[in-house]
Ligand binder design. Sequence first.
Ligand code: GDP
Length: 365
Amino acid sequence: ALTAGIVGLPNVGKSTLFNAITKAGAEMANYPFATIDPNVGMVEVPDKRLDRIQELIPAKKVVPTTFEFTDIAGIVKGASKGEGLGNKFLENIRQVDAIVHVVRAFEDDNITHVANKVDPVADIETINLELSLSDLEAVNKRFAKVERAAKGNDDEAKEQLAVIEKIKPVLEAGGSVRDVDLDEEEQKIVKGFFLLTSKPVLYVANISEDSMGDPESDELFQAVKKYANEHGAEAIGIAAESEEEIAELDDADKQEFLDAAGVEEPGLDKLIRAAYKLLNLETFFTAGGKETKAWTYLKGTKAPQAAGIIHSDFERGFIRAEVMSFADLDKLGSEQAVKEAGKLRVEGKEYVMQDGDIVNFRFNV
Ligand code: GDP
């Protein structure tokens, strides 16, 4: 399963955020595999479309989809030199598919900041520099090997060399590979290098409780957002400590808390959706009968493989998929109306799943 790793300097609120995530997760139905690794937290993906589907195609039960966050222990400067827990930190980041980079944007004199001042953009740069130094080392090693092979007329090596020559100067300047303009072919090659700074990233500013109702008005959040946008990334403002408190409440109390804070939904929900998108995940639904259920697939997945996510038999015996889009169901108001409007499609093996598809798979057993 794809996972997003929570990364950041010590004392910025990573554990607090991770606790909020696992607490929200603990509220969920029984996931027997949810507690194997204490560093992994399973979350439900909040999706209002499920409520609407349930309204139009009632089922006995509604089951949201889930995915995982991984808590990655903090580092200090010097990780790329293998100081302290540095190597382990970098290795743990290598294992995740996307990075949720948390920075401190709350003032609190009682909580020490590792750099003695609250400056979230400087914090981002500290970590990104460590990651880029680590990548530079890896790329330099590869460069020596590939250069030799390229001289021996190895075409693959030549292609790799061309990519290395593009990313190396960026890393030398302390930049990130994800900021380099690469075409699809080059991106595939870079993927094979397993670099840390090529992973997609999302910045989370841990803002003070006072800013919770309106993160946009928070100066420190704005600084993080500006940095993120300049680097083609998204930023989210979250008050981690409050989110942890919210996650413990039952639904009624939760709503009261949110109303009092003047927010529509927990910041955690926003974060979950953003991380889901960052991982390139999308959702299809199966609806009606025993349960209406949301399923996660990787963008670009074809119908038979999507069927296989439900059960391997579905993929093996795949015949066709009967599909309607959530948008059509929502607009037309019933399954019957969708049919009558000719919007219930029959799709074959080559069909690429679309986010919001409501599917009935037909298969041989
Ligand atoms: P980590 O080292 O990044 O995992 O940081 P922690 O989650 O352990 O948080 C460090 C300290 O900051 C703890 O004492 C938290 O209670 C506190 N903290 C975390 N988030 C907030 C917040 O939003 N506001 C305030 N005032 N304190 C926070």
